[in-house]
Design a protein around this ligand. Structure first.
Ligand code: ADP
Ligand code: MG
Length: 273
């Protein structure tokens, strides 16, 4: 499996959100998307999930145009977990929600294999005891785990996750990202995930894309992408970055005015003018 994004641009009406975005991800690889608020991360993931249709550019799955897929094919290819707090939970139990993930695979009702996959997804996310509970009764972190379990049960070729760990405690952050990485490697699936936590991003993603104002500002290894210079230029934050055996440790120190060095000069020009 191979995901190829070619010169994709997307605008909400007249507001551009993505401009000329190009990259590739192969099966077995975890790609992390980072970038400040409003830089286009969720929009990019929605384009990949076919929730949005880019006005320009093409997305290919194994050479096949994503726009040409239909019905169950999409469900088998793409598993999308929206960011926490999106939409209202529908009235169903945890078990029903996760079983729903099997829908693209069902032919004549639910098979033993379907039940086994659902049960293992529930176990992985520590949801077995909550299986009969209503979704709307759960905490946002528990609900997030259900959405992840549902997407895992779907066994998609391409797994798309928007801030999957934002509402999880530190133990589940590590566990969930661990399963996702294992899923990518063992089953040769493509994983693209948006992560706010730069430390987790550097630890669990093989490669990162740093978005800034809808464009790719930097792409490559976590170490190359998360340099203090890049963090400063995109997030406007002075950061200390050090290497540890568990990935990079990024400490945001203080907000800075990007271009503060140039500004006094402009100011002087203005004064003279
Ligand atoms: P991120 O996920 O990186 O925070 P988004 O992809 O959500 O960023 O948003 C990118 C840009 O598109 C922002 O400027 C945002 O305000 C705008 N945007 C997002 N969703 C909509 C929408 N439904 N309608 C109009 N503009 C939107
Ligand atoms: Mg977002």
């Amino acid at each position: 499996m191979r995901l190829q994004v070619k010169e994709v641009s997307f605008a909400y009406g007249s507001i551009p959100a993505l401009e000329n975005v190009t990259f590739k991800v192969r099966g077995g690889e975890v790609l992390g998307i980072v970038g400040p608020n409003g830089s286009g991360k969720s929009t990019l993931l929605k384009c990949l999930a076919r929730v949005l249709r880019p006005q320009m550019g093409t997305i290919f799955l194994d050479g096949k145009n994503l726009a040409s897929l239909h019905g169950r094919e999409i469900g088998r290819c793409l598993g999308y977990v929206p960011p926490p707090g999106t939409g209202n939970p529908f009235p169903c139990t945890v078990l029903e929600a996760v079983l729903h993930g099997r829908r693209p695979h069902l032919s004549w009702g639910v098979s033993q294999r379907d039940l086994a996959v659902v049960s293992s997804a529930l176990t992985l996310l520590g949801l077995t005891d909550l299986a009969e509970r209503q979704l709307e009764e759960l905490s946002s972190g528990q609900r997030q785990k259900v959405l992840i379990a549902r997407a895992l049960a779907q066994e998609p070729e391409v797994f798309l996750l928007d801030e999957p760990t934002a509402t999880l405690d530190i133990r589940y952050q590590l566990e969930v990202l661990g399963f996702i990485k294992e899923f990518a490697v063992n089953k040769e699936r493509v994983v693209v995930m948006v992560l706010h936590d730069l430390n987790l991003a550097s630890r669990f993603a093989d490669r990162l894309i740093l978005l800034y104002e809808g464009r790719i500002f930097a792409a490559g290894s976590p170490k190359a992408v998360l340099s203090p210079e890049n963090i400063r230029a995109t997030y406007g934050v002075e950061a200390v970055v050090s290497e540890t055996q568990w990935g990079l440790q990024v400490i945001p120190v203080a907000p800075v005015d990007v271009g503060a060095e140039e500004e006094p000069q402009l100011y002087r020009v203005g004064m003279l003018g």
